[in-house]
Ligand binder design. Structure first.
Ligand code: SF4
Length: 194
């Protein structure tokens, strides 16, 4: 159902105010220079833990964990995500998604099954290719952000700042756009090494 490249069994920082596990999905279509999950980028790489093992682990954690976050990589790259999220939700967990927004066409079906979404806003949308290396990535991210905002699902946008790629003025403009124009939550983090 889902190719998984890693599992964090317990975290307090990946889903707001809840104890969560994080399922790291294998594969991402983008190539950000500062990516810290490079082992997850190759969609053809073998899984490190099977979906069945993951479900079995979650089954044993019912009552202990409150939420399961699908992260990556880019989780929406895998068509099986929809069914996987539905299964986890039916087990009684809150469901979360970390996404860069590369596949907006998958969100209309997916969003109703999610309780929380954290989306990266990498830069002003017209400038995305400079960071992701992929033409059209900013357009896809913009469409995803609009769908998430319109969905009513609790969400937060976040920028990972590499000072070589995004300057202070751009970050301030992104914050204004998200907080003032969109009325959504926003935070930023500085890329490791700075
Ligand atoms: S979108 Fe995320 S996972 Fe994909 S290359 Fe960029 S930082 Fe890495």
């Amino acid at each position: 159902m889902l190719k998984i490249g890693g599992l964090t069994p317990f975290t307090t920082i990946d889903y707001p105010d809840r104890l969560a596990a994080v399922v790291f999905c294998q594969g991402c279509p983008w190539q950000c220079g500062y990516c810290h999950n490079r082992h997850l980028l190759d969609a053809k790489a073998p899984a490190t833990i099977s979906w069945e093992e993951t479900v079995s682990f979650l089954d044993r954690r019912r009552g202990l964990l409150e939420a399961v976050v699908f992260s990556g990589g880019e989780p929406t790259m895998q068509p099986g995500l929809l069914q996987a999220v539905g299964m986890v939700k039916s087990m009684g967990f809150l469901t979360g998604l970390h996404t860069g927004g590369a596949y907006p066409e998958r969100l209309p079906e997916l969003l109703p099954r999610l309780d929380w979404v954290g989306m990266d806003i990498k830069s002003p949308f017209p400038d995305y290719q400079r960071i992701t290396g992929i033409p059209g990535s900013g357009e896809a991210a913009g469409r995803s952000a609009a769908l998430i905002r319109a969905s009513g699902v609790r969400h937060r946008f976040r920028t990972t700042v590499d000072p070589c790629l995004v300057n202070d003025g751009q970050v301030a403009a992104l914050r204004r756009m998200v907080e003032e124009d969109w009325g959504s939550s926003y935070d930023m983090q500085t890329v490791r090494g700075f």
